[in-house]
Each structure stands twice: as structure tokens, then as C-alpha cells.
Write a protein that binds this ligand. Sequence first.
Ligand code: HEC
Ligand code: HEC
Ligand code: HEC
Length: 433
Amino acid sequence: MFTFRRIVVAVVCLGFLGVIGAGALYAFNRAYYSSQIAETAAPAPTAGQIARGHYLALAGDCIACHTAPGGQPYAGGLQLNTGFGLVAASNITPDKDTGIGGWTTKQFILAMHRGIGDHGKRLYPAMPYTAYAKVSDADLTDIKAYLDTLPAVHHDVIANQMPFPFNIRLMMVGWNMLFFDLGGQQYKNDPTQTAEWNRGAYLVQGLEHCSTCHTTKNLLGADESGKFLQGTDLAGWWAPDLTSNKRIGLGSWSEDDIVDFLKTGANDRMVAAGPMAEAVHNSTQHLTVPDLHAMAVYLKSLPASDDSAPSPVPANIPAMVAGRAIYAENCAACHALNGTGVPGMAPAFVHSPSVQAQNPENMIRTILAGGHVAATEINPTAASMPPFDWKFTDAQLAAVTTYLRNSFGNAAPAVTADEVAAKRKEIGARATN
Ligand code: HEC
Ligand code: HEC
Ligand code: HEC
């Protein structure tokens, strides 16, 4: 009885301290917010600033997340699955009630740099402020000037759909301390590198936020340190390694290969698909060639990730023999018998990083369901790949995938029928006729 009472007292005391702590944190957060957003009236933006802001907003791909399917551009509502629950992107049109119409430029910069929204509301990092923290005040000022020219759309978004305890936004104060506050600073030029390299690093690390998709996340959803752009699984798609790794990264791509891919959605080796096709369509195709070239120079300078190349699966095992026959009859018309593809139309498989990727899921998905080349202004008629789900069994598709991964100079672990079966189920592909 005595111990029980002591426990109750201890719990009540802890609870009380917790409430005081939370209250103090809340009050501090409010005060901090007010101190950060005071500003003197700024001159009205020029037409040049607004045009620059438009370009930068395209680079930041704001429209991709801030537009619901079928909804008004930038009016928010798209739901993002964070792995801890859903969060909907906000309305960032200049509507005063439901958008960011009443916001000052300083308020906007605080949201973009620190993830702090209206009244000190902590944003979830599904909004990539961890990357946008690198962007200069001047660039963010221009983006805000552009957003202010959009039609104001009245659209009330219920942002926070997370379950308890993740729905407590103040928890993000702790998350930021762990993963962000120390590193989350504006980009600083590296004086040992060229101006072009610095421009590329600024864009890739900042507005373009390539790491949102291409960097592995830790258990709490932050970028894993030391794994920058080394590839990761992305809800059913594999976002490949972008370091200079020769086998699975961009080591064998030239700077122009990278520019062509980001500008047109295709190059002589590869075609953008799925989430990357969207990134090209919404964002990278709109960048100037000098900016894309700067990004390529920076990407090519990233040290190669660790990789011990496996030896190729022998060409005479049954799966390889069966895969070769399927390839010759069904695929070679477009991809060519020697795997060289058709430049700008059907991708090549020779020394292909995407074919040798740590995870073969993009290939399996494409062979099952087919796919389209990204449509861009330069490349408007998108070629397509027919689906083969109806035609081949899991074992047959595993054989042809294994064959691609171990021919034309490639070497990568064999693919099993189980992997194909799992993907078939995941994407709702048809069963074999
Ligand atoms: C990967 C998805 C994604 C991208 C890209 C993105 N955002 Fe967001 N943004 C979000 C989400 C999700 C929220 C809501 C977060 C929350 O409520 O915690 C948000 C919130 C915001 C907010 C806070 C609004 C408010 O009412 O509190 C601003 C401002 C904002 N984003 C601006 C931008 C701009 C400008 C860009 C482009 C440079 C951009 N975002 C790109 C996902 C994204
Ligand atoms: C929304 C998520 C997403 C974003 C943002 C994104 N990527 Fe990708 N990327 C992918 C996925 C998924 C693939 C694999 C599909 C494909 O091959 O097109 C891919 C493929 C690529 C490839 C082809 C690599 C190969 O080995 O075949 C390159 C190059 C690339 N991305 C560069 C970039 C760069 C540079 C950025 C930033 C400007 C970026 N990506 C931003 C998801 C993304
Ligand atoms: C009619 C022409 C055509 C035929 C036939 C065809 N493909 Fe494709 N393939 C394409 C096009 C176009 C793309 C690019 C679209 C995409 O990636 O979604 C593509 C993409 C791919 C990719 C993804 C590229 C990469 O590097 O990851 C793979 C893998 C692939 N095809 C394998 C096959 C296999 C295996 C067959 C035969 C069973 C086949 N294709 C038959 C046109 C074709």
C-alpha cells in the first residue's frame, strides 16, 4: 500500500513537471516565433524578381506536393505518407484564410529554413525544409514574391492526420535537435571548388532536394548520415545511387548524359520512370542547361559509394538460358539483341546502373506493367513499353530479369520467382493467361 502510494505520487509529480515543461516549451516557442518574424516594410517586388521566383519554385518542385490530384495548383491537400501517419501539404496560394496570403516574407523564410509555420507551428519534415534550409534568403524572397502573384484559392486543408503521439507537433523540436539544427544552415560556398560546382551543390542539396528520394532514411525518417544520395527504397520504387559508383551509380554516365536525362527525361542509356518521370516533368526539365550542367558536375564529384561487385551468374544455368530465349523473342526488337536499345526511345542495358541496382524492383515493375517515357517539352511524344504480366509466369519473368542483370557487361544477384510474385501482387498486375 505504502509503495503503491509512493508510485502514484511520483507519477503525479512527473506528470505535473511534464505539463509545466510542455507549457514552458510552448510559451518559449511562441515568443521565439514573434521575435523572428518582425520586419520592416519591403519594396514591392519587380517583374524580374517574380520571374526568378517562378523559376526557383519550379526548381523546388513545390507544385508536386502542394497540389492535390485534380486540385488547383499550389492549393494543397495532397496526402503524404510519412511512415508514421499521413500529413497533407498546405495551401500555399495567397488566400488570407486558408493559404499563406497574410504571411510576411520573414514568416515564409522561417517556414522554409526552420520548418516553423504560422504561430510557431512546427512542420513535419515531409515538407523538405531540411533541404530548403540551404536556400538563400534572396531566393526565398523571390519565391514568395512569385507565390503572391498566384490566384488566391480558398481551400481548407486538414494537415495533421498523424496518430498519437506523432500528432503532437512540438515533438518536432526534439527531432530537429537530433537531426537538423546542427547541419541545417544556408549553403556556404566551398572556396576550393569552382563557381559551377558550387552552383550545382547549392541546387542539388537545396531547392532540388534530390536527397528526399535518393537518400536512405533512419528509423525516425531523417537522412542517414554518410549515405547521401546512395539510393533507397521509396514505397515500391528504388531510387538509385547517384554517386560516382561505376556499377550502380552515375560513374559511367557523362555530364551530358545527366543533363539530357534531367532536361528531356531520357538519354542514350536510360529513360526516367515513375516518381523520377514526375520530378523531370514538374521540375528539372524547366531548369536551364547551365544549371543542369552545374548539377551534373557536382554529382560527378560525389565519392563512389562502397560496393563489392558480385561475379555474374553463369550464362549456362537454366534460368539464364530461358531468360535469353525470352529476351531474343520478345524484347530485342526494341532493346536490341546486344542490349544497346534505341537512343532516346528504348533504354540500353549495357553496363547499366539501373539494371544492376541493389534492388531490382523497378525492372520487375516495368516488365510486368510496362511504362511510359516522361513527356517533356523537348520530347513530347513519349514512347512506351508494353506490359508482359499476362504473358509470362513469375519464374519466366525472374529468368529474363536475371538474364538482363547478368549480360551486356552487367553482374548482379539473380531474381527469384517469389520477388516477381510479390511485385505482381503489390501493383495489382494481371495473372498469366
Ligand atoms: C515533398 C513534398 C513537398 C515539397 C516538394 C514542398 N512541400 Fe511545402 N509542405 C509539404 C507538407 C506536407 C507541408 C505541411 C507540413 C505540416 O503541416 O507539418 C508543407 C508546408 C509548407 C508550408 C507551411 C504552410 C503553412 O500553412 O504552415 C510552406 C510555406 C511551404 N510548404 C512552402 C513550400 C514551397 C515554397 C515549396 C517549394 C520550394 C514546397 N513547400 C515544397 C510538402 C512539400
Ligand atoms: C520523387 C522522388 C525523386 C526525386 C525528388 C528525385 N528522384 Fe531521381 N529517381 C527517382 C526514382 C524512383 C528513380 C528510378 C526510376 C527511374 O529510373 O527513372 C530515379 C532515377 C534517377 C536517375 C537515373 C539513375 C539510374 O541509375 O538509372 C537519375 C540520374 C536521377 N534520378 C537523378 C535525380 C536528381 C539529380 C534529382 C534531384 C534533381 C532527383 N533524381 C530527384 C526518384 C526521385
Ligand atoms: C515496343 C518496344 C519495347 C518492347 C517490345 C520491350 N520494351 Fe522494355 N522498354 C521500352 C521503353 C520505351 C522503355 C522505357 C519506359 C520505362 O522505363 O517505363 C522500356 C523500359 C524497360 C526497362 C526499364 C529500364 C531500366 O533500365 O530499368 C526494362 C527492365 C525493360 N524495358 C525490359 C524489357 C523486357 C525484359 C522486355 C521483353 C520481355 C521488353 N522490355 C520489351 C520499350 C520496349
